[in-house]
Design a protein around this ligand. Structure first.
Ligand code: 0RA
Length: 686
């Protein structure tokens, strides 16, 4: 029936001038999709979903809907349903077609039907659902309102198939939009479930009380022509998830802090309108030094912050300084902006009529009114919060005071310890067994774990070119790798002095005393831990050493294999098997004891002359470098002719830097599970 109508329309030339302009508009979108959705790659494809979803979400923000379902359907369509008012279906006076058709086919027509206060348009998404229509092969709109169920379809880039029609009675209200992205526009139509889930989770936090369900029915059977309002009612097989956050941003902050240690119980929260800007902010401090502030304007994430964040920081610093002066804060002891940001998790969201973005990626809010509105709303509410919650106030001020103290200590340390030449005068640490050569190019520094490995290394090395610095136990048990704290560690001071480069402002790579720095730690969890710490310190404070290719990791063997009188070293499990033979009933032995097995396979290979006894095969697993005698250490790990070294690339160090935060963070559970799950990897792949 719809087909017939289309034919008749085109034959009789029933399209009016308006319709032609409309189709030209959509054609423009198809010609230059990038202008409307950025790219026709994966991001652009997902943008279509955000665009359709945003319309439903705006309906929810207006208080008219509280339930949105996004479903990925077996036919390749994406179906978005909301229980809002339903897009109006009456004839629009100007376009002479239904408001629904107008919204679907006229560029930027979306907001014009809501009247005052309907739409806070993003300006970034916000291109209108007609753009989605233009870039789809098939779109179906279903509207429930005024007691009816209405429907209209669009094909081949947004061309209506017939008119908006009432097809049944309905007591429901809401809108369902399904669309199939056009393959000629989007070569790759693979939708990423995780991307969709995380975007919609964020949206759920931003609109409290809104339920968002997401269903992946791409592999489900019999989901076509569903005939229900929400497809979740069909109970089809497939991944699905639902988000609903009563607390909005408060829930988001608590979610972000879930693995961290809060320093106060009650999360701060405010929601208020000021000068036509709706401001919503939540925050909570945790026991670390990173600050995590997320910013949104009209539910669009602002990676680069902007005016709202400026207002927020100003008010935050001022409120905490005021609260502190009221307590025991002294003059001249003011918190700086940075002091009050340490350990802060905050989300700042503003909603306003028209937003302006700036910056390279449009990730920065430029609207000036946001700054004052946030400053006022947040300043007042946070001051009240601190007054009404003395325990929270004490903890937060204590936290900022700690940051202030650390800042001052860092400065003092820098001023004294790092004065030019301050490290020059210090003599080389006693622990260091230096080499004789004064030429950095041929000199090597072995950083070894533990005194016993240090002892073997000192005896086994080539004294002319090889220096040995033993580090004992955990080199750094501070969780903040601040310069002053680091230099408080004797181990690190020894390292800095041995390297010769100094640190911080006066770091000088030209003064590096060895052109090979070799980290030699044990092949176990502790060894991996120490290696991570060293890599992190070197990455954060001695980066040119890594960039210059001066940093290496020693690869000591894992096994010593004796076959009769012959000795072999194996650096991997595979090598061990190769050397020792495959199906031998071997018993590996720990250091010290040696289990010996009579072995038939090797009997033939290595017959012991003049003896009735079988050839003996023993395999010893090295747990640490300390178990090797000086000769073994030289042969396996230090001798330039035989050893295996791995040069550290900047990626390895970066990984270590990330790992460091987990290892040294306050989240004991994460740390444990990280160490457990990486213990094997760490011993094998480095
Ligand atoms: C304009 C006016 C009205 C509703 C909508 C737009 C609307 C659009 C979308 C898009 C997806 N879901 C939607 N829900 C509603 C209603 C005006 C009225 O009924 O007074």
């Amino acid at each position: 029936m719809a087909k017939k109508e289309e034919k008749k329309d085109s034959k009789s030339g029933a399209y009016g001038a308006e319709q032609i302009t409309v189709l030209e508009g959509l054609e423009a979108v198809r010609r230059r999709p990038g202008m409307y959705i950025g790219t026709t790659g994966s991001a652009g494809l997902h943008h279509l979903i955000w665009e359709v979803f945003d319309n439903s979400r705006d309906e929810a923000m207006g208080g008219f809907a509280d339930d949105i379902e996004v479903a990925l359907m077996p036919d390749g369509s994406v179906r978005v349903a909301d229980n809002g008012r339903g897009i109006p279906v009456d004839i629009h006076s100007k376009t002479k077609v239904s408001a629904l058709e107008t919204v679907m086919t006229v560029l930027h027509a979306g907001g014009k039907f809501g009247g005052e206060g309907y739409k806070v348009s993003g300006g970034l998404h916000g291109v209108g659902v007609s753009v989605v229509n233009a870039l789809s092969t098939h779109v179906r709109a279903e509207v429930h309102r005024d007691g009816g169920k209405y429907e209209q379809e669009y094909k081949n880039g947004g061309k209506p198939v017939g008119k908006t029609k009432k097809i049944a009675a309905s007591k429901l209200h809401g809108t369902i939009i399904s669309f199939i992205p056009d393959p000629s526009i989007f070569p790759d139509r693979e939708l990423n479930w995780d991307t969709i889930v995380s975007h919609l989770r964020q949206q759920a936090y931003l609109v409290k009380g809104l339920r968002i369900s997401i269903l992946d029915l791409r592999e489900a059977k019999d989901a076509d022509d569903v005939g229900v309002f929400y497809v979740r009612e069909l109970g089809l097989d497939g991944p699905s998830t639902t988000f609903y956050f009563e607390g909005g941003l408060k829930s988001l902050v608590e979610f972000q802090n879930r693995h961290l240690e809060p320093v106060h119980k009650t999360t701060f929260y405010v929601e208020k309108e000021q000068d036509s800007v709706q401001v919503e902010i939540a925050l909570q401090y945790v026991d670390d030094i990173t600050s995590r502030i997320s910013a949104f304007a009209n539910n669009i994430y602002n990676a680069e912050g902007g005016t709202h964040i400026t207002g927020f920081k100003t008010a935050l610093t001022r409120s905490l300084n005021t609260a502190n002066k009221g307590g025991n804060g002294k003059e001249g002891d003011s918190f700086t902006g940075d002091d009050v940001l340490e350990g802060l998790t905050a989300v700042v969201s503003v909603k306003m009529r028209e937003v302006q973005f700036e910056g390279q990626t449009k990730g920065k809010l430029g609207s000036v009114e946001a700054r004052g509105a946030v400053e006022t709303v947040f300043g007042e509410a946070f001051a009240a919060f601190l007054e009404e919650n003395p325990d929270e106030a004490r903890s937060i001020i204590g936290k900022a005071a700690l940051a202030m103290k650390a800042r001052k200590a860092a400065k003092a340390a820098k001023d004294s310890v790092l004065r030019k030449g301050a490290l020059d005068g210090l003599s080389l640490p006693g622990k260091l067994a230096d080499c004789q050569s004064k030429s950095a190019a041929e000199s090597e520094l072995f950083i070894v774990e533990g005194d016993s490995a240090g002892g073997s290394g000192k005896m086994g090395r080539d004294r002319r070119t090889q220096a040995v610095l033993p580090l004992r136990g955990k080199i750094l048990n501070v969780e903040r790798a601040r310069l002053d704290k680091m230099l408080a560690s004797e181990q690190i001071r020894n390292l800095v002095i041995a390297l010769g480069t100094a640190i911080g402002d006066i770091f000088d790579i030209a003064k590096l005393r060895y052109h090979k720095i070799i980290i030699a730690t044990d092949a176990d969890v502790d060894g991996a831990h120490i290696r991570t710490l060293l890599l992190t310190v070197l990455y954060r404070h001695f980066r040119p050493i890594i960039d210059g290719g001066y940093l290496y990791i020693a690869q000591p063997p894992l096994f010593k294999i004796k076959k009769g009188k012959e000795i072999f070293y194996a650096y991997t499990e595979e090598e061990k098997t190769k050397i020792a033979g495959k199906d031998l009933p071997l018993e590996e032995v720990d250091s010290g004891e040696e289990a010996v097995e009579g072995d038939e396979a090797s009997e033939e290979e290595i017959p012991e002359k003049g003896s009735a006894r079988k050839a003996k095969l023993s395999v010893q697993r090295y747990k640490g470098l300390g178990e090797m005698n000086p000769e073994e250490l030289w042969e396996t790990t230090m001798d330039p002719a035989r050893r295996v070294l791995k040069q550290v690339a900047i990626d390895d160090a970066q990984d270590a830097d990330r790992t460091f935060d987990i290892l040294m963070g306050t989240d004991v559970a994460s740390r444990k599970s990280f160490i457990q799950s990486h213990a094997k990897e760490a011993t094998l792949d480095i």
